[in-house]
Design a binder for this molecule. Structure first.
Ligand SMILES: Cc1cc2nc3c(=O)[nH]c(=O)nc-3n(C[C@H](O)[C@H](O)[C@H](O)COP(=O)(O)OP(=O)(O)OC[C@H]3O[C@@H](n4cnc5c(N)ncnc54)[C@H](O)[C@@H]3O)c2cc1C
Length: 308
């Protein structure tokens, strides 16, 4: 793993730095490049604007690795409010949820029960819950929870999960998820993983990404391909074209603030695009992972900061 990438990922777990940044006005200003705002209203405004550009949204109320049960319930309350507001305003938006924000590191049962009530709520309002994937220690428990919730009639179809192409296990996981009829978002993976569990080289991750995408596109289920990598996007389009797969059979997903021109271009070409819109005051780990993906972002942010 390149040194800068692992440095930013290590910094994303630094609590004192996190506290300092999240409470400084400079930090909040910098975060606005990748974060839609500090509160629910900011997020809904952005969702509306993104919808007006012909793209769907998934909303992420930022936060992860909470340390108490009341915190987990408070985090879930925000998502419940979101589901009601999205329905009331008729937005084309669903939600993305991290199980560590729902208390997974405190208790599996707690996270499962909170995720279950969110999924039932989403089912009732015609929405959908995407469970984000976190580091590889949590892959199995995350998949187990998603599978159990998906099996409940009052949640069925309203929950999906994320698979990371950098993990060796992902092909087997995708085979199982397709067999279970569970919707997948495929991404490359954003955490620092050892070579025992993940491909260390980008070329292998990319090759696996293309292999896994073809499995998803061949299945009868509506899946999502999440990447800003133009080579991956071109490979997905080629595969779909060569195999008579309709553009409406899947969606591309990208992060808020990244490759906006490409997002619009895909819409013009007739593809479904969903933008991942994060918001909230707990933005620091998310922001640092975005710097890890592209350390040149630091220069870009600094230049814009001093210009404004
Ligand atoms: C919608 C969505 C949801 C995601 N959910 C998860 C999840 O649940 N779990 C998880 O582990 N990861 C998640 N990720 C992150 C993902 O794993 C990658 O870390 C991230 O998408 C970067 O990989 P890439 O596919 O864009 O390709 P890369 O090879 O990393 O990048 C390709 C090109 O895209 C551009 N680019 C990529 N990242 C950035 C950036 N931060 N800033 C500016 N330009 C950039 C650059 O031009 C770069 O050259 C998600 C990503 C997306 C788009």
């Amino acid at each position: 793993m390149p040194v800068l990438r692992s440095t930013f990922i290590a910094l994303s777990r630094n609590r004192p730095l996190r506290h300092f940044c999240e409470n400084s006005s400079v930090g909040v200003r910098l975060s606005s490049r990748f974060v839609a705002g500090m509160n629910l209203d900011d997020a809904l405004h952005v969702a509306e604007a993104v919808n007006q550009q012909g793209m769907a949204v998934t909303l992420d109320s930022l936060g992860e690795s909470i340390t108490s049960e009341p915190e987990a319930h408070r985090a879930a309350d925000i998502y419940h409010q979101l589901l009601d507001l999205v329905a009331a305003r008729k937005l084309n938006a669903n939600i993305s949820v991290k199980l560590t924000q729902m208390g997974l590191e405190l208790s599996t049962a707690l996270a499962e029960s909170i995720a279950g009530s969110l999924t039932q709520h989403a089912h009732a309002t015609g929405s959908f819950v995407r469970i984000d994937m976190e580091d590889s220690k949590l892959t199995q428990v995350t998949l187990d929870i998603v599978r159990r919730l998906h099996a409940q009639p009052e949640s069925r179809g309203a929950i999906g999960v994320v698979i990371q192409a950098y993990l060796y296990r992902s092909q087997a996981d995708i085979e199982q998820l397709i067999a279970d009829g569970i919707r997948v978002r495929l991404c490359k993976g954003a955490y620092k993983e050892p070579a025992e569990v993940a491909f260390p080289h980008k070329s292998d991750v990319d090759a696996n990404f293309i292999r896994l995408t073809s499995m998803l596109l061949d299945s009868p289920i509506y899946h999502a391909v999440a990447t800003h990598d133009e080579a991956m996007i071109a490979a997905v389009k080629d595969y779909a074209r060569n195999n008579a797969i309709e553009p409406g059979h899947f969606e591309f997903q990208m992060l808020y603030g990244i490759k906006r021109d490409l997002q619009r271009k895909l819409v013009q070409e007739g593809y479904n695009v969903r933008v991942y819109v994060p918001f909230g005051s707990d933005w620091y780990p998310y922001f640092m992972r975005r710097l890890a993906e592209r350390p040149a972002n630091v220069i870009f942010l600094a230049r814009n900061f001093f210009r404004s």
